[in-house]
Design a protein around this ligand. Structure first.
Ligand SMILES: Nc1nc2c(ncn2[C@@H]2O[C@H](COP(=O)(O)OP(=O)(O)OP(=O)(O)O)[C@@H](O)[C@H]2O)c(=O)[nH]1
Ligand SMILES: [Mg+2]
Ligand SMILES: [Zn+2]
Length: 435
């Protein structure tokens, strides 16, 4: 097989240390990587890890390949920074104008890594809005240090992971460079100051890099039981730079599959003042096939308004959860639509009946934004004023809340059998903004 080789431009910078010298490395077994790491203390240092830090390997055999630290005699696909020894996905090194930077940030266990992995490598997943069919194809960089993208365990001691994917849409190709920051860095920033400071340095390096588009995604889990600490103020350093308002920011709302229907009766009573909204909820509760009808957009507009008008959500969390359940059921129902009309997901979204999919999706996302804000108002969030401001009633939605969740297969038992239901909406948005 002909080896793909990676080139870097004159202006390429290492996101981890800011370095500008690179070298090609060959593939070797992952345990080779593991042994060689002992001679590369800078690799850990630049991640804020102590020299004796264990790099977690739960998989005992390490049978897969991993780019080593050796200097390759010929050009390869795999590139390391000559200064900090970090493996850099090719997507970090190419032309700035065809390159998009995607940062996920949020508290521990929010679902950041799961979401990115499902987005970049959806091979066996279902519930995707835009499948990599005829229109969109994606080609992930397979290696994430110290894991490959296919490693079943996404958890790692490494505070920063770099992902990469090439997205091709019609004749356009876009490189997506993804940065996954471990939530621990924000959560325990006083107990892990080294990691926190390293992340700030890395963000400084990133600001100096040129990108066509910057997407900062706040990953927030749906969590009705606890009031989890969230990311709001903690990430102001990501957002308050002059000029960074041009960057695109959004919320990825995960774990929506956990929302339950607390009371059908209360849900219907809350929506009773709108025939359309009540009928929509009724259909979903009954498990009807025709969740979407000609009144759908009117129904969701009423729903959104009712949610925004209601005061005192703190005392009505069960109702709020039932509404969130309704949202997730609508998302699942949408997912079955394109096939019913014998269309691919992207075609259904963009072109079928003047973009029927897009209209339904945007109506649903308005509901998601209203519900997300209601949870926040009920004291179940802690979000930066900037996010709140962008979700105020009346603001044109700039894709602020991207609802997604994993629907775990009933029979599958443990493991990541599920997938982010609407994660691909972000791909569509990236493509649109880039087009
Ligand atoms: N039910 C459900 N589980 C999810 C969802 N997203 C992620 N998970 C699970 O939540 C756990 C944490 O997910 P991760 O992706 O590792 O979370 P993270 O934000 O990367 O966490 P840190 O790297 O520690 O900051 C894993 O067990 C995932 O399988 C979701 O939408 N629904
Ligand atoms: Mg993670
Ligand atoms: Zn470097």
């Amino acid at each position: 097989m002909a080896e793909v080789t990676t080139k870097w431009t004159k202006h390429a910078r290492c996101p981890i240390c800011g370095g500008s010298y690179f070298r090609h490395v060959p593939l070797g077994r992952a345990d080779t990587w593991h042994q060689q790491l002992a001679n590369q203390p800078q690799w850990k240092r630049y991640r804020g890890l102590p020299e004796n830090a264990e790099v977690a390997f739960n998989e005992p055999r390490l049978a897969w390949d991993q780019p080593t630290f050796d200097l390759a005699p010929v050009a390869t696909q795999h590139v390391r920074c000559a200064n900090c020894a970090s493996l850099l996905p090719p997507q970090f090194l190419g032309e700035a104008k065809s390159r998009v930077l995607l940062i996920t940030t949020g508290m521990p266990e929010a679902g950041k890594t799961t979401w990115l992995k499902c987005l970049f490598n959806p091979a066996q997943k279902k519930h995707l809005i835009a499948e990599p069919t005829s229109l969109i194809s994606r080609d992930p960089y397979y290696y994430i240090e110290p894991y490959t993208i296919a490693n079943p365990d996404p958890r790692t001691a490494i505070p920063i992971l770099l992902h990469g994917m090439r997205l091709t849409f019609q004749r356009r190709a876009i490189d997506i460079a993804g940065i996954d920051i471990k939530g621990e860095v924000f959560h325990q920033r006083t107990t892990t100051p080294d990691k926190y400071m390293r992340v700030l340095d890395i963000l400084k390096n990133l600001r100096a890099m040129k990108f066509a588009e910057l997407f900062v995604m706040f990953v927030v889990p749906f969590d009705p039981t606890r009031s989890r600490q969230n990311i709001g103020q903690l990430t102001s350093h990501l957002t308050n730079e002059p000029g960074s308002r041009g960057a695109w920011q959004g919320v990825i709302w995960t774990h929506l599959d956990q929302a339950q229907l607390r009371s059908a009766e209360d849900l219907l009573a809350f929506l009773a003042s709108s025939n359309d909204a009540a009928a929509l909820a009724q259909r979903v509760i009954e498990g009807a096939d025709n969740v979407f009808d000609s009144k759908f957009v009117a129904a969701t507009a009423d729903l959104e308004r009712l949610v925004q008008q209601k005061q005192g959500w703190t005392a009505n969390l069960d109702l709020l959860e039932s509404l969130t359940w309704l949202l997730y059921r609508i998302m699942i129902a949408y997912n079955a639509l394109p096939a019913r009309f014998h269309h691919g997901n992207a075609e259904f979204y963009y072109t079928f009946m003047d973009g029927l999919g897009e209209k339904l999706v945007h109506a649903t996302m308005r509901v998601a934004a209203a519900l997300f804000a209601a949870w926040d108002n009920a004291g179940r969030g802690d979000f930066a004023p900037m996010i709140r401001e962008s979700m105020m009633p009346g603001t044109e939605l700039r894709f602020p809340v991207l609802p997604c969740g994993l629907e775990f297969l009933q029979t599958g038992g443990d493991g990541d059998d599920g997938l982010p239901v609407w994660g691909d909406l972000l791909l569509l948005e990236i493509l649109r903004r880039h087009g």
